[in-house]
Design a binder for this molecule. Structure first.
Ligand SMILES: *Cc1c(COP(=O)(O)O)cnc(C)c1O
Length: 442
């Protein structure tokens, strides 16, 4: 006999206390942060912690150059500025990502052109790129979404054929690999985020990576006011040569990130073990579609997204309604599930209203030439399908292990054994999601 669902008044299978928070703080961070406090140097472009983090990260990913930044978004913007993406240029970005991929383009007064995603990996669909290229296209920004490597070979091939740059948004993909190569090192520049949610945590911050000396130099200028540095004295000249910003990081976040980096491989291994366990078990439940790791790739499971298919589950209901109903039932069983992005990025108000910067900038630049843009969510059916049908399962980050995930699987089974009752409660006022503390937010 199936046990009574929590959504139907039965006892939940899990409680919040069964979950452990991210990030995992170790003695390494305590020691490195103590070093900062003892030495008294708290900031600066050549300060010991940021310099060491830059060296350790470029060694970890096998890149020639690395700069620490104030955020992953800053690192993305530096990459675009360093390759001279400018007003009216177009940059191809996936329709399913975090807003910052697209907004970093707009920081350069350039125009994000969205391209739909692959229905299996949820990364930029290379087959749809060609049709989006115009004479104004300058760059492509693949995103290694939720730790899954984008299909880089065809993207790099197309970029080469059209003379475009590739800037990788690796903000969710620390340690992910594409055919033996580290994500973030395959394009002209790569950006990683160090924010509290990400696989490598500095609280806030980012890492800018490149193998190109000119991109490094320009990126460094963009990072710090465009101000030149005196070659003899290494002092700031207070004479900016280009438009720049203030995108530096500082010693305490760098020390935290360095401590975390010593554990990154082990932490990623835990994520992979948890995710592979979940996938093995959940794929046996009709109607549950686990995430896929593409062949010859290493997925690092920043988040773990499952989709639900009502037809495969044997119920006749709209897919979005089904996802919402299942999500609510799981949530009341104590499973921390919920959506991250709820809509394709081009469906967000800033694109629907085209209230970007000032009056319709950056779009107004090209509209003056008779070139018009539209952000119609219907143009991205796969991203929309994903947003209708997915939820994230928040039990894969360390220190959580198989004991928790076994109970998560049991809750999935319990819910899918009583789908009739689940659907009876589809309209209950329940709001799935996690509390901030789970990912170190105050
Ligand atoms: C987190 C994230 C960013 C931005 O990183 P911040 O450090 O928060 O600025 C950019 N792109 C993607 C895909 C991200 O997940």
């Amino acid at each position: 006999m199936a046990s009574r669902l929590a959504i139907d008044g039965g006892p939940p299978l899990l409680t919040r206390a069964d979950y452990q928070n991210w990030p995992v703080i170790t003695q390494d961070e305590r020691q490195l942060i103590q070093e900062v406090l003892d030495c008294g140097i708290v900031a600066g472009g050549t300060a010991p912690q940021v310099t060491a983090l830059e060296r350790e990260w470029r060694e970890y990913v096998g890149a020639k150059y690395c700069l620490t930044t104030g955020s992953g978004t800053a690192a993305l913007h530096m990459g675009l500025a360093a390759i001279d993406v400018g007003p009216g240029d177009e940059v191809l970005v996936p329709a399913y990502t975090f807003l910052a991929t697209a907004s970093s383009v707009m920081h350069q007064m350039a125009i994000p052109v969205f391209v739909d995603i692959d229905p299996v990996t949820y990364t930029l669909d290379p087959a749809r790129l060609e049709a989006a290229v115009t004479p104004r296209t300058k760059a492509i920004m693949p995103v290694h979404i939720q730790g899954c490597p984008a299909d880089m070979d065809p993207i790099l091939e197309l970029a080469c054929r059209h003379g475009l740059y590739v800037i990788e948004d690796a903000c969710q993909a620390h340690g992910a690999m594409y055919k033996g190569r580290m994500c973030g090192t395959l394009g002209i520049a790569g950006a990683f985020s160090l924010n509290n949610l990400k696989n490598l945590c500095g609280g806030e911050g980012g890492l800018f990576v490149t193998n190109d000396e000119n991109v490094l130099k320009k990126g460094d200028l963009v990072r710090y006011f465009g101000d030149e540095c005196d070659e003899v004295t290494s002092r700031q000249k207070y004479n900016a040569s280009i438009m720049g910003y203030m995108y530096r990081n500082q010693e305490l976040p760098a020390a935290l990130a360095r401590g975390q980096l010593r554990h990154l491989t082990a932490f990623n291994d835990t994520r992979i073990r948890n995710a592979e366990y979940l996938s093995r078990e959940l794929r046996q439940i009709p109607g549950v579609i686990p995430p896929v790791c593409p062949p010859d790739c290493k997925h690092v499971y920043w988040f773990y997204a499952v989709r639900f298919d009502p037809q495969a589950a044997g119920v006749d209901v709209d897919p979005r309604r089904f996802r919402v109903a299942v999500e609510k039932a799981l949530f009341l069983e104590g499973v921390l599930v919920g959506q991250w992005q709820t809509m394709p990025v081009p469906a967000q108000d800033v694109f629907q209203s085209m209230l970007g910067i000032g009056k319709r900038y950056p779009w107004a630049i090209n509209e003056a030439q008779g070139i018009h843009y539209r952000y119609d969510p219907h143009d991205y059916p796969v991203a929309q399908m994903l947003c209708d049908t997915y939820t994230n399962v928040h039990s894969i980050h360390p220190p959580n292990g198989l004991a928790l995930n076994e109970r998560v699987v049991a809750a999935f089974r319990k819910v899918f054994d009583s789908l009739g009752t689940v659907l009876d409660h589809a309209d209950d006022d329940i709001r799935p999601g996690f509390d901030g503390r789970l990912y170190g937010v105050g």
